[in-house]
Design a protein around this ligand. Structure first.
Ligand code: PLP
Length: 411
Protein backbone atom coordinates (compact mmCIF):
# COMPACT_ATOMS: atom_id res chain seq x y z
CA UNK A 1 0.00 0.00 0.00
CA UNK A 2 1.41 3.36 -0.90
CA UNK A 3 -1.51 5.65 -0.02
CA UNK A 4 -1.41 7.56 3.22
CA UNK A 5 -4.75 6.76 4.78
CA UNK A 6 -4.97 7.72 8.44
CA UNK A 7 -2.93 4.86 9.85
CA UNK A 8 0.71 4.18 10.51
CA UNK A 9 1.34 1.46 8.00
CA UNK A 10 3.92 -1.15 8.73
CA UNK A 11 4.32 -2.21 5.13
CA UNK A 12 5.02 1.19 3.61
CA UNK A 13 6.29 3.03 6.70
CA UNK A 14 4.00 5.93 5.88
CA UNK A 15 3.13 8.53 8.51
CA UNK A 16 -0.18 8.96 10.28
CA UNK A 17 -2.61 11.62 9.12
CA UNK A 18 -4.76 12.38 12.07
CA UNK A 19 -7.41 14.86 13.94
CA UNK A 20 -7.96 15.56 17.60
CA UNK A 21 -11.11 14.99 19.64
CA UNK A 22 -10.89 16.84 22.96
CA UNK A 23 -11.68 14.75 26.02
CA UNK A 24 -13.14 16.39 29.11
CA UNK A 25 -13.20 14.33 32.27
CA UNK A 26 -14.78 15.49 35.48
CA UNK A 27 -13.19 14.21 38.66
CA UNK A 28 -15.30 11.76 40.60
CA UNK A 29 -14.11 11.61 44.16
CA UNK A 30 -15.14 9.41 47.03
CA UNK A 31 -14.80 10.80 50.54
CA UNK A 32 -15.38 14.35 51.62
CA UNK A 33 -12.06 15.88 50.69
CA UNK A 34 -10.44 16.19 47.27
CA UNK A 35 -7.39 13.97 47.27
CA UNK A 36 -4.35 15.75 45.87
CA UNK A 37 -1.60 13.31 44.94
CA UNK A 38 1.99 14.47 44.80
CA UNK A 39 4.25 11.53 43.97
CA UNK A 40 4.48 7.78 43.77
CA UNK A 41 6.87 4.86 43.80
CA UNK A 42 6.01 1.30 42.84
CA UNK A 43 2.40 0.67 43.89
CA UNK A 44 2.24 3.49 46.44
CA UNK A 45 1.32 7.15 46.12
CA UNK A 46 1.75 10.04 48.54
CA UNK A 47 -0.68 12.92 48.90
CA UNK A 48 0.07 16.61 49.38
CA UNK A 49 -0.02 16.18 53.17
CA UNK A 50 2.50 13.35 53.12
CA UNK A 51 0.01 10.50 53.69
CA UNK A 52 0.84 7.28 51.78
CA UNK A 53 -1.63 4.97 50.04
CA UNK A 54 -1.40 1.54 48.52
CA UNK A 55 -2.94 1.99 45.08
CA UNK A 56 -5.48 -0.66 44.03
CA UNK A 57 -6.70 1.58 41.20
CA UNK A 58 -3.62 2.51 39.14
CA UNK A 59 -5.20 5.59 37.59
CA UNK A 60 -8.21 3.45 36.59
CA UNK A 61 -6.19 0.58 35.14
CA UNK A 62 -3.66 2.85 33.45
CA UNK A 63 -0.41 2.82 35.45
CA UNK A 64 0.42 -0.80 34.67
CA UNK A 65 4.05 -0.46 35.78
CA UNK A 66 3.32 1.66 38.81
CA UNK A 67 4.90 4.98 39.72
CA UNK A 68 8.29 6.68 39.76
CA UNK A 69 10.02 4.58 37.10
CA UNK A 70 13.42 5.78 35.97
CA UNK A 71 13.31 3.66 32.79
CA UNK A 72 10.13 5.39 31.58
CA UNK A 73 11.33 8.84 32.64
CA UNK A 74 14.61 8.28 30.79
CA UNK A 75 12.87 7.02 27.63
CA UNK A 76 10.67 10.14 27.60
CA UNK A 77 13.52 12.54 28.36
CA UNK A 78 15.85 11.03 25.75
CA UNK A 79 13.15 11.28 23.08
CA UNK A 80 12.22 14.83 24.09
CA UNK A 81 15.80 15.90 23.51
CA UNK A 82 15.62 14.46 19.98
CA UNK A 83 12.07 15.24 18.77
CA UNK A 84 8.82 16.01 20.59
CA UNK A 85 6.50 16.39 17.61
CA UNK A 86 6.85 16.17 13.85
CA UNK A 87 3.30 16.68 12.44
CA UNK A 88 1.43 13.92 10.71
CA UNK A 89 3.17 14.56 7.42
CA UNK A 90 6.11 12.50 8.67
CA UNK A 91 6.78 9.33 10.62
CA UNK A 92 9.14 8.77 13.55
CA UNK A 93 11.16 5.69 14.46
CA UNK A 94 9.45 4.97 17.82
CA UNK A 95 5.97 5.19 16.23
CA UNK A 96 6.94 2.83 13.41
CA UNK A 97 8.60 0.37 15.77
CA UNK A 98 5.55 0.33 18.06
CA UNK A 99 3.24 -0.07 15.06
CA UNK A 100 5.30 -3.09 13.95
CA UNK A 101 4.96 -4.74 17.35
CA UNK A 102 1.25 -4.02 17.75
CA UNK A 103 0.30 -5.21 14.28
CA UNK A 104 2.36 -8.39 14.74
CA UNK A 105 0.31 -9.21 17.86
CA UNK A 106 -2.62 -10.40 15.73
CA UNK A 107 -4.05 -10.45 12.19
CA UNK A 108 -3.55 -6.71 11.70
CA UNK A 109 -1.92 -4.63 9.01
CA UNK A 110 -2.09 -1.13 10.40
CA UNK A 111 -2.58 0.86 13.56
CA UNK A 112 -4.21 4.23 13.99
CA UNK A 113 -2.71 6.02 16.98
CA UNK A 114 -4.86 8.39 19.04
CA UNK A 115 -4.81 9.92 22.48
CA UNK A 116 -7.59 8.22 24.45
CA UNK A 117 -9.78 5.16 24.61
CA UNK A 118 -12.73 7.13 23.24
CA UNK A 119 -10.71 8.16 20.22
CA UNK A 120 -9.58 4.61 19.62
CA UNK A 121 -13.22 3.49 19.56
CA UNK A 122 -14.25 6.48 17.48
CA UNK A 123 -11.67 5.47 14.88
CA UNK A 124 -12.88 1.85 14.99
CA UNK A 125 -16.51 2.95 14.48
CA UNK A 126 -15.58 5.24 11.60
CA UNK A 127 -13.48 2.56 9.93
CA UNK A 128 -16.34 0.07 10.25
CA UNK A 129 -18.82 2.48 8.66
CA UNK A 130 -16.35 3.35 5.93
CA UNK A 131 -15.73 -0.35 5.26
CA UNK A 132 -19.44 -1.12 5.03
CA UNK A 133 -19.98 1.86 2.72
CA UNK A 134 -17.14 0.95 0.37
CA UNK A 135 -17.77 -2.79 0.26
CA UNK A 136 -21.57 -2.99 0.58
CA UNK A 137 -22.83 0.47 -0.40
CA UNK A 138 -25.05 2.88 1.51
CA UNK A 139 -27.42 1.86 4.33
CA UNK A 140 -25.21 -0.53 6.32
CA UNK A 141 -24.23 1.90 9.02
CA UNK A 142 -25.83 0.56 12.21
CA UNK A 143 -23.76 -0.26 15.28
CA UNK A 144 -24.63 -2.80 17.94
CA UNK A 145 -23.31 -2.49 21.49
CA UNK A 146 -24.35 -4.01 24.80
CA UNK A 147 -26.10 -3.09 28.02
CA UNK A 148 -23.56 -2.37 30.74
CA UNK A 149 -20.80 -1.58 28.24
CA UNK A 150 -18.67 1.55 28.29
CA UNK A 151 -16.88 2.81 25.21
CA UNK A 152 -16.14 6.46 25.98
CA UNK A 153 -17.52 9.97 26.05
CA UNK A 154 -17.08 11.30 22.52
CA UNK A 155 -20.38 11.24 20.65
CA UNK A 156 -19.83 8.08 18.61
CA UNK A 157 -18.43 6.09 21.52
CA UNK A 158 -21.06 7.57 23.86
CA UNK A 159 -23.84 6.55 21.45
CA UNK A 160 -22.67 2.95 22.00
CA UNK A 161 -22.67 3.41 25.80
CA UNK A 162 -26.31 2.91 26.78
CA UNK A 163 -26.28 4.49 30.18
CA UNK A 164 -28.84 7.28 30.74
CA UNK A 165 -26.41 8.87 33.20
CA UNK A 166 -23.87 9.41 30.43
CA UNK A 167 -26.21 9.88 27.45
CA UNK A 168 -29.22 11.91 28.63
CA UNK A 169 -27.70 15.41 28.83
CA UNK A 170 -26.14 15.04 25.41
CA UNK A 171 -29.00 13.72 23.27
CA UNK A 172 -29.67 13.14 20.44
CA UNK A 173 -27.17 10.35 20.02
CA UNK A 174 -25.62 9.27 16.71
CA UNK A 175 -28.35 7.49 14.72
CA UNK A 176 -28.26 3.73 14.23
CA UNK A 177 -26.74 2.64 17.56
CA UNK A 178 -28.68 -0.36 18.88
CA UNK A 179 -28.53 -1.82 22.40
CA UNK A 180 -28.65 -5.56 23.00
CA UNK A 181 -28.36 -7.46 26.29
CA UNK A 182 -24.83 -8.66 27.13
CA UNK A 183 -24.12 -12.39 27.03
CA UNK A 184 -27.48 -13.07 25.36
CA UNK A 185 -26.79 -14.98 22.15
CA UNK A 186 -30.47 -15.33 21.26
CA UNK A 187 -31.08 -11.57 21.46
CA UNK A 188 -27.98 -11.05 19.35
CA UNK A 189 -29.29 -13.45 16.73
CA UNK A 190 -32.68 -11.70 16.70
CA UNK A 191 -31.22 -8.19 16.55
CA UNK A 192 -28.30 -8.44 14.14
CA UNK A 193 -28.78 -8.24 10.37
CA UNK A 194 -27.09 -6.97 7.24
CA UNK A 195 -27.82 -3.31 8.05
CA UNK A 196 -25.07 -3.29 10.69
CA UNK A 197 -21.56 -2.01 10.05
CA UNK A 198 -20.14 -3.34 13.32
CA UNK A 199 -20.64 -4.78 16.76
CA UNK A 200 -18.51 -3.29 19.54
CA UNK A 201 -18.02 -5.23 22.75
CA UNK A 202 -15.88 -5.57 25.89
CA UNK A 203 -14.69 -8.97 27.12
CA UNK A 204 -14.91 -7.78 30.73
CA UNK A 205 -17.26 -4.84 31.28
CA UNK A 206 -14.77 -2.58 33.05
CA UNK A 207 -17.25 0.12 34.05
CA UNK A 208 -20.31 -2.15 34.01
CA UNK A 209 -19.75 -4.35 37.07
CA UNK A 210 -16.89 -6.50 35.69
CA UNK A 211 -19.22 -8.99 34.02
CA UNK A 212 -17.17 -11.37 31.82
CA UNK A 213 -18.11 -12.54 28.36
CA UNK A 214 -19.11 -16.20 28.17
CA UNK A 215 -17.49 -18.48 25.60
CA UNK A 216 -20.95 -19.14 24.13
CA UNK A 217 -21.52 -15.43 23.57
CA UNK A 218 -18.05 -15.05 22.02
CA UNK A 219 -18.88 -17.90 19.64
CA UNK A 220 -22.23 -16.31 18.73
CA UNK A 221 -20.51 -12.96 18.08
CA UNK A 222 -17.91 -14.58 15.82
CA UNK A 223 -20.50 -16.54 13.87
CA UNK A 224 -23.20 -13.88 13.51
CA UNK A 225 -20.84 -11.02 12.62
CA UNK A 226 -19.35 -13.21 9.88
CA UNK A 227 -22.80 -14.24 8.66
CA UNK A 228 -24.03 -10.64 8.32
CA UNK A 229 -20.75 -9.20 7.03
CA UNK A 230 -20.32 -6.75 9.89
CA UNK A 231 -17.04 -6.09 11.69
CA UNK A 232 -16.44 -7.23 15.25
CA UNK A 233 -14.67 -4.62 17.37
CA UNK A 234 -13.15 -5.70 20.70
CA UNK A 235 -12.81 -2.72 23.03
CA UNK A 236 -9.73 -3.75 25.00
CA UNK A 237 -9.07 -0.23 26.27
CA UNK A 238 -9.24 -1.47 29.86
CA UNK A 239 -8.63 -5.21 29.45
CA UNK A 240 -5.80 -5.22 26.90
CA UNK A 241 -2.05 -5.62 27.46
CA UNK A 242 -1.83 -8.28 30.20
CA UNK A 243 -4.39 -6.79 32.62
CA UNK A 244 -6.62 -9.88 32.59
CA UNK A 245 -3.82 -12.46 32.57
CA UNK A 246 -3.48 -12.75 28.78
CA UNK A 247 -2.10 -10.22 26.32
CA UNK A 248 -5.65 -9.57 25.14
CA UNK A 249 -8.72 -10.63 27.10
CA UNK A 250 -10.46 -11.86 23.93
CA UNK A 251 -7.99 -14.78 23.76
CA UNK A 252 -9.51 -16.24 26.93
CA UNK A 253 -13.03 -16.60 25.55
CA UNK A 254 -12.24 -17.40 21.91
CA UNK A 255 -13.52 -14.08 20.54
CA UNK A 256 -12.14 -13.36 17.06
CA UNK A 257 -12.30 -9.59 16.59
CA UNK A 258 -11.56 -7.84 13.30
CA UNK A 259 -10.55 -4.61 15.05
CA UNK A 260 -9.04 -4.21 18.54
CA UNK A 261 -8.83 -0.94 20.46
CA UNK A 262 -6.24 -0.27 23.18
CA UNK A 263 -5.42 2.69 25.38
CA UNK A 264 -5.13 2.86 29.15
CA UNK A 265 -1.80 1.07 29.89
CA UNK A 266 -0.32 1.51 26.42
CA UNK A 267 2.02 4.37 27.39
CA UNK A 268 1.84 3.82 31.15
CA UNK A 269 -0.10 7.02 31.87
CA UNK A 270 0.89 9.18 28.92
CA UNK A 271 -2.00 9.65 26.48
CA UNK A 272 -1.81 7.08 23.72
CA UNK A 273 -4.38 4.81 22.12
CA UNK A 274 -4.27 2.35 19.25
CA UNK A 275 -6.88 1.00 16.84
CA UNK A 276 -5.58 -2.19 15.25
CA UNK A 277 -7.06 -2.88 11.82
CA UNK A 278 -6.79 -5.74 9.32
CA UNK A 279 -5.61 -5.38 5.73
CA UNK A 280 -9.13 -5.60 4.22
CA UNK A 281 -10.25 -2.55 6.19
CA UNK A 282 -7.01 -0.62 5.82
CA UNK A 283 -7.03 -0.95 2.04
CA UNK A 284 -10.44 0.75 1.78
CA UNK A 285 -9.44 3.87 3.70
CA UNK A 286 -8.54 6.89 1.59
CA UNK A 287 -6.04 9.62 2.30
CA UNK A 288 -6.99 12.11 5.04
CA UNK A 289 -10.33 10.43 5.78
CA UNK A 290 -9.36 10.11 9.42
CA UNK A 291 -6.55 11.62 11.45
CA UNK A 292 -5.23 13.42 14.54
CA UNK A 293 -2.54 15.98 15.28
CA UNK A 294 -0.95 14.47 18.38
CA UNK A 295 -1.77 10.76 18.23
CA UNK A 296 1.28 8.48 18.22
CA UNK A 297 3.85 11.22 18.81
CA UNK A 298 7.49 10.21 19.29
CA UNK A 299 7.63 10.73 23.07
CA UNK A 300 4.56 8.67 23.96
CA UNK A 301 5.50 5.89 21.54
CA UNK A 302 9.10 5.80 22.86
CA UNK A 303 7.69 5.24 26.36
CA UNK A 304 5.14 2.74 25.03
CA UNK A 305 7.94 0.66 23.48
CA UNK A 306 9.50 0.18 26.94
CA UNK A 307 6.12 -0.76 28.36
CA UNK A 308 5.33 -3.14 25.52
CA UNK A 309 8.61 -4.98 26.13
CA UNK A 310 7.49 -5.77 29.68
CA UNK A 311 3.73 -6.26 29.26
CA UNK A 312 4.02 -8.53 26.21
CA UNK A 313 6.53 -10.90 27.86
CA UNK A 314 4.76 -14.29 28.27
CA UNK A 315 6.42 -14.86 31.68
CA UNK A 316 5.15 -11.51 32.93
CA UNK A 317 1.65 -12.30 31.63
CA UNK A 318 1.64 -15.72 33.31
CA UNK A 319 2.66 -14.06 36.55
CA UNK A 320 -0.19 -11.53 36.27
CA UNK A 321 -2.61 -14.44 35.82
CA UNK A 322 -1.22 -16.17 38.94
CA UNK A 323 -1.39 -13.03 41.09
CA UNK A 324 -4.88 -12.32 39.71
CA UNK A 325 -6.00 -15.79 40.80
CA UNK A 326 -4.52 -15.16 44.24
CA UNK A 327 -6.39 -11.83 44.47
CA UNK A 328 -9.64 -13.63 43.60
CA UNK A 329 -8.99 -16.13 46.42
CA UNK A 330 -8.32 -13.33 48.89
CA UNK A 331 -11.56 -11.59 47.87
CA UNK A 332 -13.50 -14.84 48.14
CA UNK A 333 -12.08 -15.13 51.67
CA UNK A 334 -13.74 -11.80 52.56
CA UNK A 335 -17.12 -13.30 51.74
CA UNK A 336 -16.77 -15.64 54.71
CA UNK A 337 -16.59 -12.71 57.15
CA UNK A 338 -19.01 -10.43 55.36
CA UNK A 339 -22.16 -12.23 54.23
CA UNK A 340 -23.38 -8.97 52.66
CA UNK A 341 -20.66 -9.40 50.00
CA UNK A 342 -21.72 -11.06 46.76
CA UNK A 343 -19.78 -12.58 43.87
CA UNK A 344 -16.11 -12.09 43.11
CA UNK A 345 -16.00 -10.78 39.55
CA UNK A 346 -13.52 -10.05 36.78
CA UNK A 347 -10.37 -11.63 35.37
CA UNK A 348 -6.65 -11.44 36.16
CA UNK A 349 -5.77 -8.23 37.98
CA UNK A 350 -9.08 -6.62 37.04
CA UNK A 351 -11.20 -7.94 39.89
CA UNK A 352 -14.16 -6.89 41.93
CA UNK A 353 -16.40 -7.78 44.81
CA UNK A 354 -20.14 -7.21 44.78
CA UNK A 355 -21.28 -5.16 47.77
CA UNK A 356 -24.57 -3.52 48.73
CA UNK A 357 -24.83 -0.46 46.52
CA UNK A 358 -25.51 1.99 49.32
CA UNK A 359 -22.42 0.83 51.24
CA UNK A 360 -19.90 1.31 48.42
CA UNK A 361 -19.07 5.03 48.84
CA UNK A 362 -18.55 4.48 52.59
CA UNK A 363 -16.38 1.41 52.06
CA UNK A 364 -14.25 3.31 49.55
CA UNK A 365 -13.93 6.29 51.89
CA UNK A 366 -13.01 4.03 54.83
CA UNK A 367 -10.40 2.25 52.72
CA UNK A 368 -8.91 5.56 51.68
CA UNK A 369 -8.81 6.74 55.27
CA UNK A 370 -6.92 3.53 56.12
CA UNK A 371 -4.44 4.07 53.25
CA UNK A 372 -5.91 2.08 50.35
CA UNK A 373 -7.23 3.50 47.07
CA UNK A 374 -9.92 1.40 45.36
CA UNK A 375 -12.38 1.90 42.48
CA UNK A 376 -16.01 1.27 41.71
CA UNK A 377 -17.46 -0.54 38.69
CA UNK A 378 -21.17 -0.15 37.96
CA UNK A 379 -23.57 0.32 40.84
CA UNK A 380 -22.47 -2.38 43.22
CA UNK A 381 -18.99 -3.67 42.49
CA UNK A 382 -15.86 -2.57 44.30
CA UNK A 383 -13.19 -2.69 41.60
CA UNK A 384 -9.53 -3.51 42.08
CA UNK A 385 -7.11 -2.79 39.22
CA UNK A 386 -3.66 -2.37 40.77
CA UNK A 387 -0.41 -1.76 38.89
CA UNK A 388 0.46 -5.07 37.22
CA UNK A 389 3.80 -5.14 39.09
CA UNK A 390 2.05 -5.49 42.45
CA UNK A 391 3.58 -8.17 44.71
CA UNK A 392 1.62 -10.96 46.43
CA UNK A 393 2.49 -9.32 49.77
CA UNK A 394 1.04 -5.99 48.66
CA UNK A 395 -2.11 -7.73 47.43
CA UNK A 396 -2.53 -9.42 50.81
CA UNK A 397 -1.85 -6.17 52.64
CA UNK A 398 -4.42 -4.29 50.55
CA UNK A 399 -7.10 -6.93 51.07
CA UNK A 400 -6.43 -6.77 54.82
CA UNK A 401 -7.00 -2.99 54.77
CA UNK A 402 -10.15 -3.60 52.75
CA UNK A 403 -11.36 -6.10 55.36
CA UNK A 404 -10.93 -3.37 57.99
CA UNK A 405 -12.95 -0.93 55.87
CA UNK A 406 -15.71 -3.51 55.36
CA UNK A 407 -15.81 -4.16 59.10
CA UNK A 408 -16.09 -0.43 59.83
CA UNK A 409 -18.99 -0.01 57.38
CA UNK A 410 -20.82 -3.34 57.33
CA UNK A 411 -20.04 -4.41 60.89
N1 PLP B 1 -13.48 1.83 26.63
C1 PLP B 1 -13.35 1.27 27.83
C2 PLP B 1 -13.57 -0.20 27.98
C3 PLP B 1 -13.01 2.05 28.96
O1 PLP B 1 -12.89 1.49 30.15
C4 PLP B 1 -12.81 3.44 28.77
C5 PLP B 1 -12.49 4.31 29.91
O2 PLP B 1 -12.71 3.99 31.05
C6 PLP B 1 -12.95 3.98 27.49
C7 PLP B 1 -13.29 3.14 26.44
C8 PLP B 1 -12.76 5.45 27.25
O3 PLP B 1 -11.42 5.78 27.39
P1 PLP B 1 -10.98 7.32 27.62
O4 PLP B 1 -11.51 7.73 28.94
O5 PLP B 1 -9.47 7.26 27.57
O6 PLP B 1 -11.54 8.09 26.49
Amino acid sequence: MSKQNGTVQTDTKRAANQAVVPNVRFPRQYGSELLVLREGKGCRVTDSKGKRYLDFGAGIAVNALGYGRDDLAEAAAAQMRKLIHVSNLYATEPALELAEKLTASGPFEAVHFGNSGSEANEAAIKYARMYAYRTRGEGHYKLMAFSGGFHGRTLGALSCTFSPKYQDPFRPMVPGCVESPYNDAEALERGLDGSFAAVIVEVVQGEGGLTCMTREFAHALNTLCRKHGCLLIADEVQTGLARTGSLYAHEQVGLEPDIVTLAKPLAGGLPLSATLVPERVNRELHQAEHGTTFGGGPVVTAVALKIWEILSDPDFIRDVAARGARLAELLAGLKRDFPQAGAVKGLGLLRGLELPEESLPDVMAAAREAGLLVLRSGADVLRIAPPLIISPEELAQGVEILAGALKAVLG
